[in-house]
Design a protein around this ligand. Structure first.
Ligand SMILES: [Zn+2]
Length: 439
């Protein structure tokens, strides 16, 4: 890529990283990483965390350069590493035994989440060497951990130092690169859900975070055509977009700015995969497809006559719980407290609907602005090589329907899925969506 192009991206990362005391380095080669880690967290006894693949890619080299022990995280059942509570606790004990004062994760989502969590438990320095531009969690203030069958978002500080070597990131599997783009494409829907929650529930909202996500979107949009061919410029743009987007979550202390109903659908698929062997794909691939579905629900929402809608009466908790217990099966004990919170009380629900009716014009104007002119556009995902249909993820129409109807119960986060349900429209909209779109 041109020197000007990479300098602009480095300036952006430095500007936004410095504000949050994070060192973000977009470099050409892995060999530049050890000096950057040592300069950022001086006089430290390091440990390096990797899995079988990332050990080979850069873990062994980095451990040798930092004169550090290499802690290898095994995959589950011979497969990929899972960011689960058991793995996180095991890594915490290993790090404690090693006496490390700082730790660097060599990997992407799962390894970074495990290392963020373990380092926070021990109060030691944390850094990451990014190996794939596959998700925006590198710089986010939280770790997604699977516990009791549920994906929990555990608050913890982002790595103090992130080094993203473009040469290594260009070698990431094509599906992981496409997943990174899919994760960023959630912006119209996650932004709209975040605003909706603020408007109807008064949850925190910060224009600064939305501005950062827009900047991430702008940078990544420049990448779309070069991702399939792994052009270094495109990979650098995508990586920068992901690092900026992750920081937006830090601003408000929740993942809400970049994680709405589309992420709930992805978490739902993850949960059924890990508990019952359901279909599954990379986080960002699931998020990209779910974004298209939720954007279609927003299209329907923006067309309704809110004053003509007769919201159904609030379903008694016992009736809902019976239905959900049968649907979630072995996951129910973990889901129940969250579902109870989502169900809430009738008074709060009536207040929300009243707020919606009174401020309908203003709310829909802002939602249209956030969603942009064409939020259901599949073309960019396709150009980036990302899946665009649930079938591409191995998810059947019945499983898609179930996911869209039940995802709202896996995390207490108000989204268009909740609003559609409260208006009594979710079932019919999902049926219509499945009958009329190619999802
Ligand atoms: Zn995500």
């Amino acid at each position: 890529m041109t020197d000007d192009g990479i300098l602009e991206l480095r300036d952006l990362l430095q500007k936004h990283g410095t504000r949050r005391d994070l060192d973000l380095h977009l470099v050409e080669r892995v060999e530049e990483a050890p000096a950057l880690f040592q300069a950022g967290l001086v006089h430290r006894k390091w440990a390096v965390v990797a899995d079988e693949t990332t050990q080979r890619l850069a873990g062994t080299y980095l451990a040798s350069a930092l004169n550090a022990p290499l802690l290898r995280i095994p995959g589950r059942a011979g497969g990929a590493v899972v960011a689960g509570r058991a793995e996180a606790d095991r890594l915490t004990r290993q790090l404690q035994t090693s006496g490390a004062e700082a730790v660097v994760a060599v990997g992407a989502g799962s390894l970074n989440d495990l290392t963020k969590f373990a380092s926070q438990q021990l109060g030691i320095g944390c850094a990451v060497l990014a190996t794939a531009p596959s998700m925006n969690g590198y710089t986010s203030a939280g770790a997604a951990l699977l516990e009791g069958g549920v994906k929990l978002s555990v608050p913890c500080a982002p790595p103090r130092i992130t080094v993203a070597p473009i040469g290594l990131l260009c070698q990431a599997p094509a599906r992981m690169i496409a997943a990174g783009y899919g994760d960023l494409r959630s912006r119209p829907v996650s932004g709209a859900d975040w605003y909706l929650s603020h408007r109807l529930l008064g949850t925190p909202y910060a224009a600064e975070a939305l501005g950062l996500i827009d900047e991430a979107d702008r940078v990544a949009a420049a990448a779309v055509d070069g991702l399939a061919t792994r052009s270094p410029a495109a990979i650098a743009n995508l990586t920068t977009g992901l690092l900026l987007s992750g920081m937006a979550m830090d601003i408000v202390g929740t993942s809400a700015p970049a994680s709405g109903g589309e992420h709930l659908v992805s978490h739902y698929l993850d949960m059924f995969h890990f508990s019952c062997g359901g279909p599954h794909d990379l986080h960002g691939c699931q998020v990209g497809v779910a974004t298209l579905a939720l954007a279609s629900l927003y299209e329907r929402l923006l067309k309704i006559d809110i004053h003509a809608v007769q919201a159904p009466t609030h379903e008694p908790w016992t009736d809902l719980a019976e239905r959900l217990a049968s649907h979630f099966g072995p996951l129910w004990s973990a889901v129940e407290p969250i579902a109870r919170q989502v169900h809430g009380d009738d008074e709060a629900r009536q207040d929300r609907l009243e707020t919606l009716r009174l401020g309908w014009a203003e709310t829909t104007t802002e939602l249209r602005r956030i969603l942009g002119p064409n939020p259901t556009c599949t073309e960019q995902l396709q150009r980036a090589g990302a899946p665009i249909r649930f079938a591409d993820l191995g998810v059947s129409p019945e499983q898609t329907r179930a996911a869209l109807l039940h995802a709202r119960f896996v995390r207490a986060r108000y989204t268009v899925l909740d609003l559609a349900a409260e208006l009594g429209l979710l079932d019919s909209w999902v049926d219509d969506l499945l009958a009329t779109s190619h999802l």
